[in-house]
Ligand binder design. Structure first.
Ligand code: PGA
Ligand code: ZN
Length: 423
């Protein structure tokens, strides 16, 4: 089947900011569309999305954040090379690399390349009469990932209500995704009720659908979530564990970790002790970005002393980048990687990062961004790639629930098993 048309255009994300959509039409008359997400706590080593700010395309009404330049790159540069070609994801991604060989996709814009690459995946799956998950794994049972779900938000996602960005739960005792999600919703709603009873506003939500309840210490926030878990009749640690996204790059300044709400400043060495105390005193199974994106030596020191079972997860550290992942493997700086397609810029090279991680016994967590949209391809990628885990935010907001709902759907319509990477 051939490509008959490629169209880029600007749409809005969940925070009302412009983002790129790409539609690929095929010669059978069907059209396949993907929209790209964007981050708020973006790492400096991520692929570069193009924003029009300051340039000739800049629009005052979108505060310069429009993406018309990226859209033009799809319509003027990429589309003419793809029309009349057979639909083939590897060929599309190779072409995108030929057109922009820069490692960070800065010329075309990673938002332009990823939109086309994703639309090509969805169109290629259709041309084989498969779902996107099945396109990546045609045979045998699909692995539905373990969800890691935001309950409390802080940092850049919630006006610094807490110093850390996410306090999440992982339903490690659930035996199906359907059961896992029912526990999560119960805990999320119970947490809201407990927060409301303590006098906080809990019907206004943070960027990823979590609760923005102010806490001046991480310990208090952990205890609050444990209370919510136990109020639901579930056992914290046995059935539902905690996970943190510290997003520490956001508060690493002048060589120190500055927890503004806690009013404490730590050297790298002191912060290793602080983080190690946290994961030892609370039922935390995963800790993301405990140290800043270039504080490699501190990551390495922490891995040496951290509990062996703890997932030490690199997001800003690794930015879904093969070179940075290889360094982390060599130096033992982490033992797991967050996989975000838009940090990388292409579907095939994102998958290559995931494969390299797995080949080196790193766990993998496919992740959404804080600025999302209604698409659900992330659920198919996490499943078809057997990532083991998925992180989407909370269970409020259709840009989040479209992914959870797609996993519920996959669990019903496909032959699946629910992966538990924490056993
Ligand atoms: P971001 O946050 O999408 O704002 O970068 C998500 C995360 O840090 O995991
Ligand atoms: Zn993160």
């Amino acid at each position: 089947m051939k490509i008959s048309k490629v169209l880029g255009y600007q749409v809005l994300d969940s925070r009302g900011r412009p983002t790129v959509a790409a539609s690929i039409s095929l010669t059978d008359g069907t059209t396949h569309t993907a929209r790209v997400p964007s981050g708020a706590s973006t790492g400096v080593h991520e692929a570069k999305e193009l924003r029009d700010i300051g340039g000739e395309y800049s629009e005052v009404f979108y505060a310069g954040l429009s993406v018309w330049q990226a859209v033009e790159n799809i319509n003027r540069v990429i589309a003419p090379c793809l029309v009349e070609e057979l639909i083939d994801l590897a060929a599309v991604d190779n072409l995108l690399v030929d057109l922009d060989p820069s490692a960070d996709h800065a010329k075309l814009g990673a938002n332009a390349t990823l939109a086309v690459s994703l639309a090509a995946s969805i169109a290629a799956a259709h041309s084989q009469n498969r779902s996107l998950a099945r396109y990546f794994q045609p045979e045998s049972e699909l692995n539905i990932p373990m969800p890691m779900v935001n309950i409390l938000s802080g940092g850049a996602h919630a006006n610094e209500a807490m110093d850390i960005q996410d306090l999440l739960i992982v339903p490690i005792g659930a035996t199906s995704f359907t059961q896992a999600l029912s526990w999560i919703v119960a805990i999320r709603e119970t947490a809201a009720e407990l927060g409301r009873m303590s006098g906080f506003v809990t019907n206004l939500i943070a960027d990823e659908g979590g609760l923005a309840i102010p806490f001046d210490s991480v310990e208090k926030a952990c205890q609050f979530v444990i209370n919510a878990i136990e109020a639901c009749g579930l056992k914290a640690g046995d059935q539902v564990s905690l996970a943190l996204d510290v997003a520490s790059t956001q508060f690493f300044q002048n060589g120190v970790y500055n927890l503004r709400n806690a009013k404490k400043i730590f050297s790298s060495e002191q912060f290793v002790t602080y983080i190690n105390d946290l994961v030892s005193n609370y039922p935390i199974v995963s800790i993301e970005d405990p140290f800043a994106e270039d504080d490699w030596i501190t990551w390495q020191k922490f891995v040496q002393i951290a509990p062996k079972k703890l997932q030490v997860l690199g997001d800003d550290l690794l930015t879904t980048n093969l070179t940075r992942l290889n360094r982390a493997i060599d130096e033992k700086s982490a033992n797991s990687i967050l996989i975000k397609a838009n940090q990388n810029g292409l579907v095939t090279s994102t998958l290559n990062v995931l494969k390299q991680a797995k080949a080196n016994n790193f766990k993998t967590v496919v992740s959404a961004r804080s600025r999302e949209n209604e698409d659900s391809w992330l659920a198919d990628l996490a499943t078809g790639w057997a990532a083991g885990q998925i992180k989407v935010g909370s269970t409020h907001g259709s840009e989040r629930n479209s992914k959870w709902n797609r996993l519920l759907e996959l669990e019903v319509i496909e032959e699946t098993k629910f992966l538990n990477p924490y056993i």
